[in-house]
Design a protein around this ligand. Structure first.
Ligand SMILES: Nc1ncnc2c1ncn2[C@@H]1O[C@H](COP(=O)(O)OP(=O)(O)OP(=O)(O)O)[C@@H](O)[C@H]1O
Length: 286
C-alpha cells in the first residue's frame, strides 16, 4: 500500500445514453485523487462538473469505464455486490438532503440499528451502539423513539451522520451534506464533522459547490470542471491563491467576492462556531 486509504487513478466514468446508437456520455475523464487516513479531500466545482459522480464511483454507484479505485490497497473499481456489502463497514455516505435520506416511517433508533443488524450485531449490542452514536452526534437519548419528521434539518443531518458512523467506517463520502441547511446550522454541522474526525480519525471525501465550506473542512482541495480535475492542492492555497483560471472564476463567483469580506465571513463563521460550541454544551443542538 502507498500510504493512501483511497486512491483513484486515471478514472473514466461513462453513463450509457438512452439512444442505442448514441455514444455514452463521458462524465469523468482521467481523474486522479488520493486520501490518507484522517484526511479530508474537498471536491469543489460548479453544478454538473462531476463531483457527485466521483463520489458515487467510489461507492460503486457509477459505472467505471477505465482506471482504478483502490481502497486500503485493494482494487474496488469492479467490486461484486458481496464485496460491496463487506466494504460498507469501512466506506459510508452522507447525502445532501436530510429530509429524503432518512426513512420517514422508522424511529431514529431503528434507523441507526439497521446497519448494525445487517452486519450481524445482536439487539443488545445494537442498542448500546445506538446510544453511543446519539451521544457522539449530540442528540438526546430519547431521540431513539422519535420519527425523523420531529427533527429539524440540522438534527436530521446529525442522524444521517450517526447512521454513517454506526460501523466505524474509515472513509465517509459526504455529498453536499450541509447545502440544504441554513448558514448557522451549516456551521454547527461542519464543526461536528471536524470533531468526529478528531475523535475517530475518519477520512472524508467532501463534495460541495461552496468554496467557503470546502476551505473550512478540508486539508486538501480538488477542483472539478467539466468532468476533469483542473487543480488540486492544500485547501489554503487552492481556495485563496488558485492558479487555474477556472478556480479563479469560481472564487470570484463565490457570493462574497471581496477578499476582505471573505476574511470577515471566515471570522464570522469562526465566531459563530465558538459561540455555538459554548451554547451547545448547555442546550439541545441544532
Ligand atoms: N445517471 C446518469 N446518467 C446520465 N448522465 C448523468 C447521470 N448522472 C449524472 N449525469 C451527468 O453527468 C454530469 C455530472 O453530473 P454530477 O451530478 O456528477 O455533477 P455535480 O458536479 O455533482 O453537479 P451537482 O452539483 O448539480 O450535483 C452531468 O452532465 C450530469 O447530467
Amino acid at each position: 500500500m502507498d500510504g493512501n486509504l483511497l486512491s483513484v487513478d486515471s478514472l473514466v466514468v461513462e453513463y450509457p445514453t438512452k439512444h442505442f446508437r448514441a455514444k455514452p456520455f463521458r462524465a469523468l475523464t482521467d481523474i486522479n485523487i488520493s486520501i490518507k487516513a484522517g484526511e479530508t479531500l474537498g471536491l469543489v466545482g460548479e453544478s454538473g462538473s462531476g463531483k457527485t459522480t466521483l463520489g458515487r464511483a467510489v461507492l460503486g454507484l457509477a459505472p467505471v469505464t477505465q482506471g482504478t479505485i483502490t481502497f486500503e490497497g485493494k482494487d474496488i473499481s469492479h467490486a461484486s455486490r458481496k464485496d460491496r456489502r463487506a466494504l460498507s463497514r469501512d466506506l459510508q455516505v452522507v447525502f445532501q438532503d436530510p429530509y429524503t435520506s432518512l426513512n420517514p416511517a422508522l424511529e431514529i433508533g431503528d434507523i441507526l440499528a439497521e446497519p448494525l443488524s445487517v452486519q450481524g450485531k445482536s439487539p443488545t449490542e445494537a442498542k448500546r451502539r445506538v446510544r453511543e452514536l446519539l451521544d457522539q452526534v449530540g442528540l438526546p437519548s430519547d431521540a431513539i423513539h422519535r420519527l425523523p419528521r420531529e427533527f429539524s434539518g440540522g438534527q436530521r443531518q446529525r442522524v444521517a451522520i450517526a447512521r454513517a458512523l454506526a460501523l466505524s467506517p474509515k472513509l465517509i463520502v459526504c455529498d453536499e451534506p450541509v447545502s440544504a441547511l441554513d448558514l448557522s446550522t451549516q456551521a454547527v454541522v461542519l464543526d461536528l464533522f471536524l470533531q468526529i474526525q478528531r475523535d475517530t480519525g475518519v477520512s472524508y471525501l467532501f463534495v460541495s459547490h461552496d468554496l467557503d465550506v470546502v476551505r473550512h473542512i478540508s486539508h486538501r482541495v480538488a477542483v472539478m470542471y467539466r468532468g476533469e480535475i483542473v487543480e488540486q492542492g492544500t485547501a489554503e492555497v487552492v481556495t485563496r491563491t488558485p492558479e487555474h483560471p477556472y478556480t479563479q472564476r469560481l472564487l470570484l463567483a463565490s457570493p462574497v467576492p471581496d477578499p476582505d469580506r471573505q476574511e470577515k465571513r471566515r471570522k464570522d463563521r469562526h465566531e459563530l462556531l465558538k459561540a455555538q460550541r459554548i451554547e451547545a454544551a448547555a442546550s439541545v443542538p441544532a
